[in-house]
Design a protein around this ligand. Structure first.
Ligand SMILES: Cc1cc2nc3c(=O)[nH]c(=O)nc-3n(C[C@H](O)[C@H](O)[C@H](O)COP(=O)(O)OP(=O)(O)OC[C@H]3O[C@@H](n4cnc5c(N)ncnc54)[C@H](O)[C@@H]3O)c2cc1C
Ligand code: FES
Length: 252
């Protein structure tokens, strides 16, 4: 049976730039890093969002404007009401001597780990400077841009091997575009370092019922979203394909 959404209030909104906002919710939610919420906008849709941290009143989520749903969510004002189910998903197993690798809005999923382990290096990439989030929250992040407009030109995985060797990391936490995740998992695998990855698939129920989020033999929403890198390397769909909203396969 699917949980019913509860109505919660947006009590604060922080605007990072034109396309990214952090929304603070007044809700009692006990969560572990890596879990997500299903956010419902009545008459629009319901979609998954990572829990990006919390403050005294409840959880926070960071929303990037992409299509219709996220566009509406970004525009909501303080005081607006939204529906919320969750938290859902298998969280990260926490190991402190770690490194964080984030692509784009994937940093939101990893932010609670970065808050917990304040010495952990953060390798964070965006296509362009204007998309950057959490400048003040994580000034220690090494920043990469695909277009070279700020930080280092390239991808966060470019320096992963040298960071692992320099720091002797025991675990790498990753979230972001799947080609980046594949690269990170392979790098960790070749160095014999643990790697936990949060992956995304199109989700509808968010609780393991509908099968929409299938990735090979696993349901991402209920069996993950966090998986060991080695497990993903054996998965026939990881880095290759996903089901779209209509149930058709598309390349990742
Ligand atoms: C576990 C999980 C955590 C997420 N956390 C965040 C987050 O913290 N911040 C954030 O901005 N976004 C997050 N997303 C993505 C978010 O759920 C939406 O997919 C995104 O906002 C785009 O939706 P849209 O309707 O605005 O755009 P659309 O134009 O409809 O979709 C753009 C793309 O988003 C993906 N997408 C759309 N709907 C879904 C869905 N129901 N489930 C999964 N993917 C979908 C599809 O690949 C699509 O091509 C997360 C997704 C997952 C699966
Ligand atoms: S979204 Fe329905 S099973 Fe995962």
């Amino acid at each position: 049976m699917i949980d019913l959404p509860r109505t919660v209030k947006i009590i604060k909104k922080t605007v990072h730039n034109t396309d990214n906002v952090t929304i603070h919710l007044a809700a009692s939610v006990r969560y572990s890093p890596g879990q997500f919420l299903m956010i419902w906008l009545p008459g629009v849709n319901e979609k998954p969002f990572s829990i990006a941290g919390h403050d005294a009143d409840g959880p926070i989520i960071t929303v990037r404007r992409r299509g219709g749903f996220s566009g509406r969510l970004v525009e909501l004002k303080e005081g607006s009401l939204i529906g919320l189910r969750g938290p859902y998903g298998r969280p990260f197993t926490l190991i402190d001597n770690c490194c964080i690798v984030a692509g784009g809005i994937g940093l939101a999923c990893l932010a609670p780990i970065a808050d917990l382990y304040r010495d952990a290096p953060i390798l964070y990439g965006e296509d362009r400077t204007s998309s950057r989030i959490y400048r003040e929250r994580f000034p220690r992040a090494s920043f990469y841009t695909t277009d070279g407009s700020a930080g280092k030109k390239g991808f966060p995985t470019d320096d992963l091997e040298s960071v692992i060797r320099a720091r002797g990391c025991d675990m790498v936490y990753c979230c972001g575009p799947e080609p980046m995740l594949v690269k990170a998992v392979k790098t960790c695998n070749s160095l014999g370092v643990g790697c936990q990855v949060s992956i995304e698939r199109y989700m509808k129920c968010g609780t393991g019922i509908c099968g929409q989020c299938a990735c090979g033999p696993i349901r991402v929403c209920a069996d993950g979203t966090v998986f060991d890198g080695d497990q993903l390397l054996e998965n026939p769909d990881f880095g290759r394909r996903r089901l779209d909203a209509s149930g058709a396969w598309q390349a990742v």
